[in-house]
Design a protein around this ligand. Structure first.
Ligand code: 5GP
Length: 185
């Protein structure tokens, strides 16, 4: 795998800006929910760093759970239209205040499919918290109740977002120059 410096076009959002915004979202969520019946659902794998930092910045007691849906696979950079649940929740969400935590809303198909599926389980409330929004690519209308940043129509990576499954660990959001990027053999 190439060093990311070889295909990094620019750092779009640096670590300090991410941490400040996540802390702000955590404070907002803490002020809008009653303690106890809040559940954060992280969509694997891109939402993990965001979920961890967001949960740490929420000051009221809450639970976390995880689910996985198929969307972008290795070697593909186009959004899939039909999201398939590949790992389901361990928690019964009926009557719970649920916030779906996602790395990025791009076409909107993933979140839209997950929201429809979760609605059938009758949560008390169901909201979306996305770190990034790429509105130029939207095909399915989705509500984003809590948003970190709006980003341009470019391929971004870092802080949970991968490039062929690598570099989710970077503390910043970078733009990839796909002309300089060589996929792993
Ligand atoms: P959507 O269904 O909204 O098109 O796709 C959402 C998923 O596509 C995200 O959860 C993310 O995994 C992936 N995705 C969309 N845009 C980007 C991007 O610019 N970079 C990366 N790494 N993943 C993206």
């Amino acid at each position: 795998m190439q060093n990311y410096q070889d295909f990094l076009a620019e750092i779009l959002i640096d670590e300090a800006a991410i941490q400040a915004r996540v802390a702000e979202l955590g404070r907002k969520i803490s002020s809008e929910y009653a303690p106890g019946d809040l559940l954060l659902i992280c969509i694997l794998r891109g939402g993990v760093p965001f979920m961890v930092d967001l949960s740490a910045s929420i000051s009221i007691p809450h639970m976390i759970d995880f689910m996985a849906v198929s969307s972008y696979g290795v070697g593909r950079r186009e959004s899939s239209r039909a999201a398939r649940v590949t790992l389901d929740l361990q928690t019964d969400i009926q009557g719970m205040n649920v916030i779906l935590v996602e790395d990025i809303v791009d076409s909107g198909h993933t979140i839209s499919a997950v929201l429809q599926m979760l609605e059938t389980r009758q949560p008390k409330t169901l909201k979306v918290c996305a770190l990034l929004d790429k509105p130029e690519r939207r095909e399915a209308e989705v509500p984003i109740h809590y948003l970190g940043f709006t980003v341009p129509n470019k391929y971004v990576f870092g802080y949970g977002l991968d490039i062929d499954e690598y570099y989710r660990n970077l503390p910043f959001i970078g733009v990839a120059d796909l002309d300089r990027y060589k996929p792993p053999a």
